[in-house]
Structure formats: C-alpha cells, structure tokens
Design a protein around this ligand. Structure first.
Ligand code: FAQ
Length: 311
C-alpha cells in the first residue's frame, strides 16, 4: 500500500539514491519539482531576451557568433528542463500557458534591461556565475531527470561565465570610457545577481522541505556567500569594484560581511513591477503566437506520418 511505497521512497532518499519517473513519490514532492523545474525552464527561455537584444549589435563578428551560440544554449537548457518537468506529468502546453498568462514565476534577474554592450559581460560573469553556484549542487538533486539535465547545463554554463569574464576583462584593458562602461554594468547587475539565490533563509518557505528531500543541498544564504567568495578574487583580476562598501571577509565568522540586500526591490520585481517584466512577457507571447503555424504544421506532419505507418 501507500505506507510501503512511502517507506521505499524515504529509503531511496536516505541512501542518496535517485527517484525516477516511474517510482512512487509523494504528491508534494512531485508538485515542488514541477514548480522548481518549470520555473527554471521558464528562466532559461525568458533569459534569452536580455542577450538576444544585443545579437544584431555585437561589436565584432567573433562576439556575434559567440553570443548567438550562448543564446542557443539557453534555448536548449529550457527544452531539457521542460522535458524533465514533463516526466512528472505536466505537459509542455500547460507550462507554456502558465508562462504566457503571467501565472508562472521565472528568475527575477531577467527583468532587468541591457543598455550597453558591457551588460553582456556582466550577465555572463555575474548571472551565469550565480547560476553555476546554484546549479552545481543541483546535479545531485534526488530526482534523476533533473540532476542529469543539470550536468550538461552546468558545463555549458561554465563556458558562458568565462565568456562574460573575458568580455569585461577586455573592456577593463581598454579606454577610460570602456572601463567606465564595464564598471557601470557590474554596478547594475551585482545586487540583482545576489537576489537570484532567493529570499534569506528565515524567509524561504520551501527550503526546509526541499533540503529534506535532497532537491536542494545548500540554503539560499549559503550559496549566496559562496558566490561572493568566488567573485572577490575575480573582480581583483579584472580591476572592477564590487558595489558594496561594506563587503569584507570576517575571519571570526569565516564569511563575508555585506550590506543588507534591498528585498523590497526583489518583491517588486516578483510582483511584476521590475524594469522589464512587461516587455519580457509581451515578447514571449508574441513569439508564441507567431510560432503557432509551425506547431500546427509539425503536428499535421506527425499525424500524416503516423497514418502512413498504419496504412
Ligand atoms: N526570482 O522558498 P524559496 C538561468 C521564489 S539561472 C523569482 O527560497 P525555492 C541561467 C520561489 O520560486 C536562473 N522567484 O524557493 C541563465 C518561491 O516562490 P513559489 C534560474 C524567486 O524554490 C543565465 C518563493 O520565491 N535558476 O536561468 C527567486 O526553495 C544567463 C520563495 O523562495 C533556477 O531556477 C528569484 N530569484 O528556492 C539563463 C535554479 N528566488 O514557487 C540565461 C533552480 C526565489 O513558492 C542567461 N531553482 N523565488 O511561488 C532553485 O534553485 C530554487 O527554486 C531557488 C528558490 C533557489 C531559485
């Protein structure tokens, strides 16, 4: 019965083994995975826009080719993640409806604008950097299809982070105006990147259960600390300043002291009132509508192929 199934599930989690799509799982486990994986997929798909915005204006053919490849990788990540969520019993169509109706969440970070080329560097360095910090532990998530998708995604994400670092490094070795542009982009993206890790631990309603289920392995604040620790030496190499006058290693706590995060801004963005929420959803909706004929043609083609196979 259900009690036995629950016990088998608990044992798999306890032994650090994987839950697979056909295994019995508690409804709440299924629900939280659908929530997190679909939000993650939506973030990748919406996350194509801030950088897609610069493909036609990249400063050289080489930069344009790299940026196109990166944005294509993001589409691929979105698709693996949607596939992983589908193994839990939700359809692609339903997830897409949740996204374009504005019901689904996606990462707060993609609601900020990209006014300069240096923002491409800051996104790669800070946003992909935060993504890696958060996602490397997710490679060990207890749900098999999610953990396995994360392995490939993290490899691609590391390349993305390096290309962002390299854009900023080159700008920092350039003219005074280029250095200022790089610093301004770092100033714009630093705090929003710290917010990517989610609310502080004592205000994170999902953390305790997700950690007990071994979906999450570290808390939001732990990962945020780890991220800052990764940035400090890299900022020194580039010569950029992280925009927090109170950022300092605390020997006693073995952690960085930092200024408080402006959680009001975070909640405003989540409520749909960030700088680009409206634009992001509008463009996603338009693309979905413009793509309707492709989906119809593909479905019709599949139907004919099936008919032929039968006949
Ligand atoms: N934005 O209780 P918790 C990328 C929500 S990387 C929006 O702590 P949880 C790569 C949260 O959903 C970005 N909402 O929740 C890329 C929950 O709401 P709900 C995507 C946020 O799940 C780079 C509520 O607040 N990465 O795309 C945010 O335990 C460059 C309470 O929070 C992932 O999705 C936020 N920042 O922890 C692409 C990673 N933070 O659902 C293109 C996977 C929290 O109860 C270009 N996800 N919320 O209504 C996770 O690791 C977790 O879901 C967390 C949140 C850590 C994000």
């Amino acid at each position: 019965g259900d009690e036995e199934a629950q016990q088998a599930f608990d044992e798999l989690i306890e032994r650090d083994q994987r839950i697979e799509p056909r295994d019995w799982m508690p409804d709440a486990y299924r629900k939280t995975l659908i929530r997190q994986i679909s939000q993650h997929g939506h973030s990748e798909i919406i996350g194509m826009q801030p950088e897609g915005n610069w493909i036609t204006r990249a400063p050289s053919l080489k930069r344009k080719a790299i940026l196109m490849a990166k944005v294509q990788d993001e589409a691929g990540h979105g698709l693996y993640l949607y596939s992983a969520a589908q193994t839990l019993g939700i359809s692609r169509e339903e997830m897409m409806q949740q996204l374009i109706s504005g019901k689904a969440k996606y990462s707060s970070i993609f609601n900020y604008t990209t006014p300069t080329w240096a923002d491409m560097g800051a996104i790669g360095w800070l946003v992909d950097g935060a993504a890696i910090c958060n996602q490397v532990p997710l490679c060990r998530a207890s749900y098999g299809p999610y953990g396995r998708a994360m392995v490939r995604i993290c490899k691609e994400e590391s390349f993305h982070q390096r290309q962002g670092f390299e854009i900023l490094l080159e700008l920092m070795a350039g003219t005074e105006a280029q250095r200022e542009m790089a610093q301004a982009a770092v100033n714009r993206w630093y705090w929003p990147a710290l917010m990517m890790f989610g609310p502080p631990d004592d205000e994170s309603p999902n953390s305790a259960q997700s950690m007990a289920w071994k979906i999450k392995r570290f808390s939001n604040d732990e990962l945020r600390q780890r991220f800052v620790g990764m940035l400090v030496p890299q900022a020194e190499v580039m010569g950029v300043t992280l925009p927090d006058p109170n950022l300092k290693w605390n020997e006693e706590r073995q952690a960085y002291d930092m200024s408080p995060i402006d959680w009001t801004e975070f909640h405003e963005v989540l409520a749909g009132r960030g700088p680009a929420n409206h634009e992001r959803l509008r463009r996603r909706r338009e693309a979905h509508e413009a793509g309707a004929w492709v989906r119809e043609a593909a479905a019709e083609y599949a139907r004919k192929q099936a008919e032929r196979a039968e006949g």
